[in-house]
Design a binder for this molecule. Sequence first.
Ligand SMILES: [Zn+2]
Length: 480
Amino acid sequence: MRLTSLLLAGLLACAPRAPAQPLPELGDAAGAAIAPQVERRIGESIVREIRYRDPAYVDDAEVTAYLESLGRRLLSTIPDARHEFEFFAVRDPAINAFALPGGFVGVHTGLLVAAESESELASVLAHEIAHVTQRHIARLIGAQQQMQLPSMVALAAAILLGGSRPDLAAGAAAAAQGTMVQQQLSYTRDFEREADRIGFRTLQEAGFDVRAMPAFFEKMQRYSRLGDDGTVPSYLRTHPMTTERIADAQGRAASAPYRQSLDSLDFHLVRAKLRAESGEARDAVEAFAAAVRERRYANEAAARYGLVTARLRARQLQEARTDLAALRATGAASPMIETLAARVQQASGDAAGALAALGAALQRYPGRLPLIYAYAQALQQAGRHPEALATLSEPVRRQPQDARLRTLQAQTYAALGKRLLQHQAQAELYLLRGSVPAAIEQLQLARAAGDGNFYELSAVEARLKELRARHAQDERDAKR
Ligand SMILES: [Zn+2]
């Protein structure tokens, strides 16, 4: 049942039912699009709900880093991409992805696991990116110009998330009138067509195998017919879109020059990690052990990586070390293998060895966020807080929106007894979570801490002033 309803939700987001009324021209809706800043704010508030309150959010730095890198590869072909994109994963078996207003793209783990090639996964991402760059969502929401921001958030959440995040969408759907949602959805058939066409071009220009797009569309259609309670929802049966979309994609792929595209190692590692970390640990060990034994795998290193990950979960440390050696023997190289090796060492009680290994890995793969997190954390645990701070400073400067970096930084300041800096970092964390009043409170604590120098105090003052102004503006917006 769950799979069916989730698939339906996905289809609402990405392959909506055929509308009865005539479709408006895409150009007509463009004029009504909401402003990009408003769009970003809507997306931010939805993504905050997912990131900090939805247990299905995949809080895994390596999975996120992989999706980010795949997304960047596609985006590098779009010279005027004005949106700042962010990619993340949601634990959900339905084969789906969704784009939120403002450039946030969510990918279901079901999609990651079902994609048999990186090009297949990329074809769905390219489609979602096109929804954003073509400002489809902005235009959907913009058709209701008089709407207040909270209602726009609710409407966007109801349209885009539907049943796939029911806890989030429930309040949203209640807030947005059902009829209005239906009306809005009627735009999306043309939007789907446009997202497919532009997504195809992106896929091609980024050097992926374009035949993956029709192949994956077919796969999605096959899966969507198989609800696990055996019933097929009526509007799927009468759904003409998917067949048309497949035919269009096939036509485009047939006229494109053949191009082979090799999957990255991390594509296979991420999928193995997700599989190794779902279900019962012992079942995961069995599945990967059998795959390795019988050589049933698309990628040997990934199968061995999955086995080590599963053994770590099952606390089979001796075997994990042996299998890690076998993984190393394949010659495969990835920062993901380095963090896994460090985790095995940590679990085996060799904290010093893990710390040294992470330090060396960071030399080899500089700037890789998952390694930076793991290394800073290991330094903290070893009580080497000044080094942890030094490791974090440049990444925080480069990526001030990264909550994990900010958390590590705040923890390190706390351990060092630097109270002004700790509250200042904490303020930025609250801000990322959408709470301006809590951020202001932290900045007041920072100001009163009494252990900062002139420059630090000035920075706190300036930020406090800025946030108070923002808070006052928010209050006025809410009353309007
Ligand atoms: Zn779509």
